[in-house]
Design a binder for this molecule. Structure first.
Ligand SMILES: *[C@@H]1O[C@H](CO)[C@@H](O)[C@H](O)[C@H]1NC(C)=O
Ligand SMILES: *[C@@H]1O[C@H](CO)[C@@H](O)[C@H](O)[C@H]1NC(C)=O
Ligand SMILES: *[C@@H]1O[C@H](CO)[C@@H](O)[C@H](O)[C@H]1NC(C)=O
Ligand SMILES: [Zn+2]
Length: 509
């Protein structure tokens, strides 16, 4: 070879022979030790969520299948996790991975809001078709609903109430009327980039959709059926337990009379028990009472006091307390420190489940919520989107076992992240940070249950590295990090394991 000839000219004969032998006999000379490389890869894989689990032969078979499917999905364009969920949804619905995730026993959904827990379809097709449903179109082009025995009086945001049944009967295209109602009750749209150019724009619509929904679901008879339907939809998606953030504003009857929070909690308790009686493999539903973070300190004090009372009255149902609403617009947790310190001052245990770090605005007062949530001994962190930017908070949350409730679709629709592969929780997943997956507001995001968020987490956040062990640990985490008593957690894990084994046996074939 030319090198050899050049070398002959340059080197002494002996050195050349030595050099030539080395290169020809060991082509890897100078390269790192492959054994060491293997060990490093194994060590890193073991750190990921589920990386410490030893899979059974049946699980390994299913894992191999999942891996194969993931490679196909990652190789195909377009790749759903890289797209806006509203565009990706039809692709995800056709994905064989998604179909497996639907069948997978996912444990509990620990971060879901009571006013957005069913599919928008059910709200339109069932709730708005009930008698005495009045509708009003606001100046801003949105809708409000009210069930009433008589035509409701005009109010500041609503001038002209019409009976929806009459409107439908007179409509040239009733299907289009229903579609427009659905658009008002949800954020789902074909062209999300144009509809929601900024975080402000999407949050405006988000808040408005909640106002539209509230007239429907705070009607007492609907409230009952609605919660039941919520449980049905999660159960149908193989979720066995729910923790619901609920403000529990007053519910009303046709004659305008109202019920208070005690009535609503009693209803939740009865429903959860009825549902459990009818579905013995369901663990139940618990409520995290929540107040809005635009309120003043005294209002939050009152809310905290009431939460302590209700927790005492309904210990099986009330899990704790949270503050909800857009963090960037609301007051930081520290603003409420006096109110939030009340339970500790009174010697009462009121667990907190704070939304914290649902922001991309590093360094703002709100961005400190993560540290404050931990200072107030939060049991879990809602979203924690900013956690990777707070090394101390991250470390504490890990050491104290304060799990992060990751809701990928919510974060994308509310414009914190575009491509799911760049979601910060992908780092947390790679590190095995305590974490659960949840769906936040299915009604608003055009989903139902939990499987869509599991898909985004598994395929998008986890990439090719996340495996069946990851899914298994995420599901178990949802019971481990729930607010259930140790006894119920044990029972829940046992029930879950049975379902899991059946799922693995059926799906891996
Ligand atoms: C709505 O759902 C309830 C069950 O939750 C059912 O009894 C009722 O018939 C449904 N109504 C309509 C209009 O579909
Ligand atoms: C809400 O409904 C009204 C009335 O049908 C419609 O004009 C409006 O476009 C809808 N809003 C959205 C966001 O689609
Ligand atoms: C948080 O927990 C620590 C340690 O148990 C306790 O000392 C502190 O009072 C708690 N803080 C609050 C606000 O509950
Ligand atoms: Zn939330």
């Amino acid at each position: 070879s030319p090198i050899l000839i050049d070398s002959v000219l340059l080197c002494s004969g002996l050195a050349l022979v030595h050099f030539w032998l080395l290169v020809s006999l060991n082509p890897c000379a100078g390269a790192p030790d492959p054994g060491q490389r293997e060990a490093m890869m194994r060590q890193e894989a073991s750190q990921r969520t589920g990386g410490g689990l030893v899979l059974t032969p049946a699980e390994l078979r299913l894992d191999a299948l999942l891996h194969r499917l993931k490679r196909q999905e990652a190789g195909a364009a377009p790749f759903p996790p890289a797209m806006h969920f509203f565009r990706a949804r039809p692709l995800i619905q056709r994905s064989p991975i998604f179909k497996l995730l639907q069948k997978m026993p996912k444990g509990g959904a620990l971060h879901v809001h009571s006013s957005a827990m069913v599919s928008v379809d059910w709200l339109v097709k069932n709730v708005t078709y009930r008698p005495h449903c009045y509708v009003c179109f606001t100046w801003g082009g949105s809708v409000r609903f009210l069930f009433s025995a008589q035509r409701p009086f005009p109010r500041w945001d609503c001038f002209n109430w019409q009976l929806l049944a009459s409107l439908r009967a007179a409509a040239a295209d009733p299907a289009e009327l229903d579609a427009s109602l659905a658009r008002n009750l949800s954020l789902f749209t074909e062209n999300p980039e144009a509809a929601y150019p900024t975080q402000d724009a999407v949050w405006d619509r988000f808040d408005d959709a909640f106002l539209a929904i509230s007239g429907l679901v705070t009607y007492a008879p609907v409230f009952r059926d609605y919660l039941y339907q919520g449980l049905e939809q999660f159960y149908a998606d193989n979720v066995m337990y729910l923790e619901i953030r609920a403000g529990l504003s007053r519910t009303y009857e046709l004659d305008g009379s109202t019920h208070d929070r005690t009535w609503s909690l009693k209803t939740c308790k009865d429903l959860s028990e009825r549902f459990r009686a009818e579905h013995p493999d369901f663990l139940g539903m618990r409520i995290v009472l929540s107040a809005h973070r635009v309120l003043g300190v005294s209002a939050i004090k009152a809310a905290v006091m009431e939460a302590m009372e209700l927790q005492e009255k309904f210990p099986d149902v009330v899990a704790g307390f949270d503050l909800v609403g857009r963090e960037d617009e609301g007051r930081p947790l520290w603003f409420y420190r006096e109110a939030l310190a009340l339970p500790a001052r009174l010697g009462v245990t009121l667990p907190y489940f704070f939304h914290a770090g649902e922001t991309d605005q590093e360094g703002t007062d709100v961005d400190i919520n993560l540290l404050d949530a931990l200072l107030f001994n939060t049991s879990r962190i809602g979203h924690g989107y900013a956690l990777t930017r707070h090394p101390l908070a991250k470390d504490l949350s890990r050491k104290q076992g304060v799990a992060v409730e990751v809701c990928p679709i919510s974060n994308q629709v509310l414009k914190l992240v575009t491509d799911m592969r760049n979601h910060p929780a992908s780092v947390l997943l790679a590190e095995g940070h305590p974490m659960v997956i949840s769906s936040d507001d299915p009604t608003l995001f055009g989903t139902a249950g939990l499987s869509y968020d599991f898909y985004e987490a598994f395929v998008g956040l986890g990439g090719l590295s996340a495996d069946l062990g990851t899914l298994k640990e995420l599901a178990m985490n949802s019971i481990r990090f729930s607010s259930l008593s140790p006894r119920l957690k044990d029972r829940g894990l046992e029930m879950w394991q049975k379902k899991w084994d059946e799922f693995v046996a059926k799906s891996g074939e």
